[in-house]
Every structure is written in C-alpha cells, then in structure tokens.
Design a protein around this ligand. Structure first.
Ligand code: FRU
Length: 586
C-alpha cells in the first residue's frame, strides 16, 4: 500500500491564507499529486458534514461532495477514485475546516482499499451496497441476460448525501456483481431516483437498443434528465439537452418511471409531483407533453408522494393497471410505505376502481420506494419488484458500519382476491428457491399454549427460510416468534379478535439507536381457515409472506445473537402447525 501522508504533511503548509471564522476554522487547501488509484478519507458517522472539492486544471466546475470528516474518532474510511487524474497536480479543498482534525490529517492516497465487508449485519442473499449509504432502487432494467440494479448511493459516507446511481448486475436476481457507480452529480444537481428503458426502436437517436436512464437532477430545483449507454450500462453519457423536463415551480417534482405504451405508441412517464402523480407522454424520450394528473382526494396523503410505477397486470384474463406510489411519511405504521391503486390507463389518464384505499403493498415498516424491472422479455412476462428495505424514520441510524441498508428480495407482483377485495400480491420470485441449500422438515404440532423447536438449524448463520401452515381452532391470539439465548425475540402475532397481524420487534436486539425504531407494525388480516407462512430471514431482516404474498410484512431487526429457536403459541383453543420446514440458505 503506497501511502503519501508525508506528501500531505508537506503540502498542508500550502493552505491558503483566508481569514479565520468564529470557530477558528478556514478553508483547507491541500495541494497533491495523484499518485495512486484512490484518495482515502477518514469518516466519523456523527461528525458534521464538510464540503469537499477536488480542483485540477481543465475542470470547469468541481463537484461539491459532503463528507463527515472525522473530528474525534475514525469510524470508517471511504475512497474517492482519482485514476482519472493520474500524475496530475490537484487541490483538495475542504471548506470551513480545522486542518488538524483526524479527518483531514489522515487523508491519504493508496492503490488498495480494504475494509471488513462481512460485518455482523451484512446480508447474505439480499443486495446491499459494497460501501456507503443506499436508498431507493433505480433504473431496474433487463438486458441480454442481465438484470441491472441501479440505486441511490452515497459513496462517501453511510448517511444520505451526494446522490449517485450505484450499479450492480445479476443473472439470477439474488447474487449480484458490483459495478462502478453509473451516474455522478453534475452542475444540474445530484442524481435522484428514476428508471431505465431499452430504446428498441432508437426513438431517441442514441442507437438501437441503447439503455436510456431517466432520472431527477436535484439541484436548486428538481428537473428530469436523461443519459444513455450503448455498452450495456457500463458507461453513460448525459444528454446535452438536459433537463428534458424543467421544473414548473414546485418543490417535489421527481422520480420519473418510464415505459413504452404500445396502444398509444409513445413513452409514458409517471412522475411524483407533490402529492399527486403527473403523467407525461413522449415520442423520443427528449420532448415530453403533460397528459394528466392523478391522486387528489384518493389514497393516503400523510406525506409527499414519491417513486411511482404504472404497470399492467392480468386478472381474470383482463388487463388491469396498477399504480404504485410510495409515500413518506404517512405509511400505515409510521414513516415510509408504498400504497397502490388498481384501475385503468387509456394512454392519457389513470382512473382507479373503487377499493378501500389506502391499500399497502407491504405493511411492514421496511419496504419503500420499490418499483419494477423494465424490458422483461415477453416470454417471461413477469412484473418483478424490488424495494428498499428501510424506512426514512431511522434509515440513517441503523447499526451497521461500512454500509447502510439492503434491498428486499426480488418479488413477483400479481393481482389476487384476498376474500374481501382485490390486492396486489408480492411474493419472492421463483429464482429464490434455488437459494435453498438443505431442508429440515419438523414434526407437525398441535399447539396448545406453547411449543418450542429449539434447534432450527445445526449451523445457523442467521440466514434461513421457514415455511409452515397454521390452522387456528378457536384461537384468539396466536403466533410464533424467533428467539435466542439472550432473551431477544422477534414476534409475529395473529389476532383473530381484532383481525390484525402484527410484528413486534421491541425486544429483538439493538433497538435504541433511534426512538422510532422499536414500535411494531400491524396489517389487517382476513379470517381464513389456514395461513400459509413463508419467512425469509437474512441476518438483520425478515420478510413475511402470508398465503403466497396476499399479505406481506417486511421488517429489519438487529439481534445480538443468532435466533435459532422457534416458539409457537396460542392464547386459547389450539393451532395446528403443519409442513414446518426450515431451509438453510446457500
Ligand atoms: C425516496 C426519495 C426519492 C428521491 C430519493 C433521493 O426515498 O426521497 O423521492 O428521488 O429518495 O435520494
């Protein structure tokens, strides 16, 4: 590892002579020669943000990055790629900073960068960013055997900031290969959420089958921009005519999701506009016409509407259109959640059919901003969804170190009838079955009071699946919990007296990193003779699916020891628990 601290110490003396401000700080200017692949910065999670820019000859406008440079302790390091200026002299400017803080004194160059990837809560079969913060999935598109997943990424810290589009690809929707960030902030702003399409007919003129990303430029105002790739998403060129939709004077104007609508022969964009969704049409992805607006007076309006997705799904041999709308705050259990509407789309406007809105795709507190993949081959035809497995109520404070948060598993969306009304079901894609390594079938149980299965797996690494069928007989409140020897528990409770299912995580391990985390989550439960349960557990997350995704609840939790015991219980009557199967995960 080549390390040029000495060079930094020498050049620190070149700090410019700006005057001190009241905090005894001034701009720190470090003049350096780019000798290695990376510039490494020491970060402290709760230190204040500093504005960091890199200036070198020929750069028009240096991007301002915000970094929590360590002031007392170094919690972790982040890297900035400086290969593009190899051999050149550059100036690193930190605004309003004390040059003696550890976060500046220890900045160094290196060709290597290592860190503890497999930290305690790193998921095993869910996508998580290699390093840094992640929120929404973006630009999900399938091309030539690869599922592309772009995502809101801060490469320079594990809290929300400096939005880039991170990038990963998969051939099976569960193992992912990290690729370099695809889009970085520019003079129009940072890169907020959006989508990607394959321009099969070269409508935009970027080339046949170009991958076109449509995203929000978030600067002084939010506007919509596009960028294209002709090398399967490996590199993108931003369109010189950006923004393609300027801001019309409203603050929340973002998250374009685009698809080709055959019937009206145009691209359709759904865009979140304050607390409505506005639809736009375009022949070429560059010029857009406003078509209609949906959302006034319907659904939940407890917060701003974000990340829409309009998709056709077949039900009873007819096409119905589903509009997904994430909302924050205003979710059914506090903070972030995704509501949906079922109805019709005529190429211009979306109309919702009468249903008991708001309806939620996932009643857990940790499934947000999810949308579906575009360009799935017609022979496949599935609508495949993935969400961000966190909640704005506490996302910035969850107890991980080098990365923050993960995505849900890929789920297939369908319209079903739950016995009361139509729902959009979401259930792990069939590909996830291949993750199962071994299968352990337990004896059927008749649960009166309680029953324990104390050794779910001989070697439990905190990653497993549980399937079972629960049949309540005069049972008022029944359910199951995962337990460990420290008395930590994650409880899944069916309450037939109130007609709710709930998850309780207040005793599930680390909970006090944020006041709003411990509270549980409820979902309305339709009375049925039997509930088919599938629970996917991956270190710090549990995704619960009832009756093949008719109902989904996703939660994160942070146990301090792996939970290898299952307890089933009932307050009255009895519960037959059958087909109890535990799968270890590859
Ligand atoms: C949703 C969201 C989007 C926005 C992005 C910014 O979680 O707020 O509306 O584009 O995150 O990172």
């Amino acid at each position: 590892m080549r390390n040029t601290i000495i060079a930094i110490m020498i050049t620190v003396s070149l700090v410019s002579c700006s005057t001190f401000d009241r905090n005894n700080t001034r701009d720190v200017n470090l003049q350096l020669v780019a000798e290695s692949a990376y510039l490494l910065f020491p970060i402290e999670d709760n230190a204040p943000e500093k504005q960091v820019t890199i200036q070198y000859s020929g750069i028009d406008e240096a991007t301002v990055n915000h970094m929590r440079l360590a002031e007392k302790n170094i919690d972790y390091w982040v890297k900035m790629d400086i290969n593009n200026i190899a051999g050149e002299t550059f100036t690193l400017v930190v605004k309003n900073a004390d040059k003696n803080i550890p976060g500046i004194k220890n900045i160094k160059q290196s060709d290597n960068f290592t860190f503890e990837y497999n930290e305690t809560y790193r998921p095993h079969f869910h996508f998580s960013p290699e390093l840094g913060w992640m929120n929404d999935p973006n630009g999900m598109v399938y091309l030539d055997g690869e599922y592309h997943l772009f995502y809101q990424h801060n490469p320079y810290g594990t809290k929300w900031q400096n939005m880039h589009w991170g990038h990963a690809v998969s051939t099976d929707l569960s193992s992912w290969t990290y690729l370099p960030d695809a889009l970085a902030p520019d003079s129009l702003g940072s890169i907020f959420s959006g989508s990607a399409v394959i321009d099969v007919n070269n409508t935009a003129g970027f080339g046949k089958n170009a991958m076109v990303a449509i995203y929000t430029s978030a600067g002084q105002v939010q506007s919509q921009s596009i960028a294209y790739s002709t090398d399967k998403g490996r590199t993108f060129t931003k369109y010189e005519g950006n923004p393609v939709i300027p801001n019309p004077g409203i603050p929340d104007f973002r998250d374009p999701k685009v698809f080709w609508h055959n019937e009206s022969n145009q691209w359709i964009m759904s865009l979140a506009t304050k607390q409505t969704i506005t639809f736009y049409g375009s022949a070429n992805l560059k010029e857009w016409t406003r078509l209609s607006e949906f959302g006034d007076g319907i659904g939940s309006h407890g917060g701003v509407w974000e990340c829409p997705d309009l998709i056709p799904l077949t039900f009873a041999e007819k096409i119905k259109w589903v509009l997904l709308v994430s909302i924050n705050p205003g979710g059914p259990n506090g903070g972030s959640a995704t509501q949906y509407f079922i109805g019709d789309f005529d190429g211009k406007a979306f109309t919702a059919e009468a249903l008991p809105y708001p309806l939620w795709l996932d009643y857990g507190r940790d499934n947000y901003a999810g949308v579906t993949w575009s360009n799935i081959p017609e022979t496949d035809g599935r609508k495949i969804f993935m969400g961000w497995m966190s909640n704005w109520d506490y996302a910035n404070n969850v107890p991980t170190k080098n990365f923050r948060s993960a995505m849900t598993v890929a789920r297939e969306l369908k319209i079903k009838h739950n016995g009361r009304h139509l729902v959009v079901s979401n259930y792990p894609v069939v590909e996830t079955n291949a993750l199962r390594a071994s299968e352990s079938v337990k004896n059927d149980l008749v649960v009166e009071n309680e029953a324990l299965i104390s050794n779910l797996l001989d070697t439990n690494k905190g990653t497993f699946e549980l399937e079972m069928t629960l049949q309540p007989h005069n049972a008022g409140v029944f359910g199951f919990m995962l337990l460990n020897s420290k008395g930590e528990e994650l409880e899944f409770r069916f309450d037939m007296t109130t007609g709710f299912i709930s998850i309780h995580r207040q005793k599930s391990g680390l909970v006090d990193f944020e006041g709003r985390f411990a509270a549980g989550m409820n979902a309305p439960l339709v009375k049925k003779e039997a509930y088919k349960v599938r629970l996917m557990v991956d270190k710090a997350s549990a995704e619960l699916f009832i009756n093949e995704g008719e109902l989904a609840l996703t939660t994160v939790f942070f146990p301090t020891e792996i939970m290898n015991t299952l307890k089933l219980y009932t307050s009255s009557g009895h519960v037959n628990a059958g087909n109890i199967t535990i799968y270890s995960i590859n």
